[in-house]
Structures are given as C-alpha cells and as structure tokens.
Ligand binder design. Structure first.
Ligand SMILES: [Mg+2]
Length: 250
C-alpha cells in the first residue's frame, strides 16, 4: 500500500515550467523566429504561434523522449510545421540552421527561475528533504539552464533525457532519480507541470505524483488536463511551489 506524504523523504522536480519559467523563454524564442521567418504575420498573432509550438500536436518532442527522433530532427519538423501552419516558406537545412541559431539565442537569453522555486528548494532542504531534478531535455542545456537561473547551489540535476536515452513517462527515469538520491520510490515525490508525463508517470513508477497547475500555464494540445480527474486518479494538484511545502508539512 502506498505510504502517505508523512513518510516522504525526497522531492524530485521537473525543470521546465516547474522550477524555470520556460513558457516565457519559449515566447521570446518563437517571437524572435516568427519576426524573421513569418514576416507577414503581425506581432499580435505571435501568441498563436507560441501556443502551436507548445501544443506540439504531432507529438514530435515525445518521439524525441522515446528515443525515436534526435533533438534537432524533432525541432526542424516542428519549425516547418509552424511555417506551414502560419503561411511561411519551408525551411531547408541551411535556412533551418539559421532559424535554430536565432531561436537558441533568444531562448537562452530569456531563462529565469519562477519566483517560488528558490524559496521552496531552500525550505525543503532546511527541513531535511533530499531534492533533485529529473528532466526531459538534454543534460548539457539543462546544466546551463540551472546555472543561469541561479539554482545550481540549490538543486542537483539527477537525470536528463540523454542519460538513459529515454525520458518521462518511462518509469526507469523516475526510478533512476530515486536510486541516485538513495530513496525509496514510495517515499519520493515527483513534481511537474505536465499531468500525464510528470504526475501520472511518477505514480506509475511507484512515486507520489504532484501536478503543478500554475494559473494560465496549461499547454493545451492533445493531452487532457483536468484537475478533478487528476485528483480522482491519485494526483496531488498544486498551483504554486509554496503549496508543495505546505502539503509536505509533517
Ligand atoms: Mg515541464
């Protein structure tokens, strides 16, 4: 039988849109490439482009996290899906290389931690919880992201998508994070912004699953995100990381 939160000894975090405000960084990156590669599109339509990017209805990023596409291959496919959806020209390899450079510069320049991230990490460590990060992006970028957002002294990166060659919701990555922290699955909480990949994936791997449903942050797309259904399936739903430290109060 699953133990309750009373016995939790470790908290593992998703990085993007959980500790780091990646939504803002995506908006900056997609805005930058839309300005150049969809020049006919007025800037007030850029939020639609961002929403299409984040929804990823063809599931390209998930194919990457299953090990079926390279990171760059999934991104080029998605870049051309945007070009097609919003009336731009198709990007060949050379044009995509320039698109990628513009995207990456704007993306990296906009990384910032959520305001509640550092206080929550500090509070959990102060109370004796072990903490770490399990991410569905590549290690090199996530190490840079954790450093640039000021979180490097607060939380270690445990598992990235390229460590085992697969990502969440594969149970092995959750279990690897527990192994590295030295904690039992049933005494470990996983917190993330994607209900199915993060919270439900964690529960399927034997951990506690927490879905952080930040106001206005849902991605849409093909994956239903219903708080009531989530709770009914054993997921703890929070709207900020302050809620997490409250939920774990013994
Ligand atoms: Mg995330």
């Amino acid at each position: 039988m699953r133990r309750g939160f009373d016995e939790v000894e470790a908290v593992v975090f998703d990085l993007d849109d959980t500790l780091v405000d990646t939504k803002v960084a995506f908006a900056a990156a997609i805005g930058a490439v839309a300005t150049t590669y969809l020049p006919h599109l007025p800037a007030d339509r850029h939020p639609e482009v961002v929403a299409t990017w984040r929804a990823d209805v063809s599931g390209r990023y998930r194919a990457y996290t299953r090990g079926e596409l390279s990171f760059d291959a999934q991104r080029m496919l998605r870049a051309n899906e945007l070009q097609l959806a919003f009336g731009g020209v198709e990007l060949d390899d050379a044009a995509y290389a320039r698109w990628r450079d513009a995207y990456s510069a704007a993306f990296r320049g906009a990384w910032v931690a959520h305001d509640d991230a550092a206080p929550a990490l500090q509070e959990l460590v102060r109370r004796g919880f072990r903490v770490g990060v399990l991410t569905n992006a590549a290690r090199e970028m996530q190490v840079e992201k954790i450093a640039r957002t000021g979180l490097a002294d607060l939380v270690p990166l445990l598992v990235a998508v390229d460590d085992l060659g697969v990502g969440k919701p594969d149970p092995r990555v959750f279990q690897e994070a527990c192994r590295l922290l030295g904690t039992e699955h049933a005494r470990t909480v996983y917190v993330g912004d994607e209900l199915d990949v993060d919270a439900r994936g964690a529960i399927a791997a034997g951990l506690h699953g927490v879905w952080i449903d930040r106001p206005g942050a849902r991605r849409g797309g093909p994956h239903p995100e219903d708080p009531e259904a989530a709770r009914a399936s054993g997921v703890t739903v929070i709207s900020s990381l302050a809620d997490l430290t409250d939920a774990l109060r013994r």
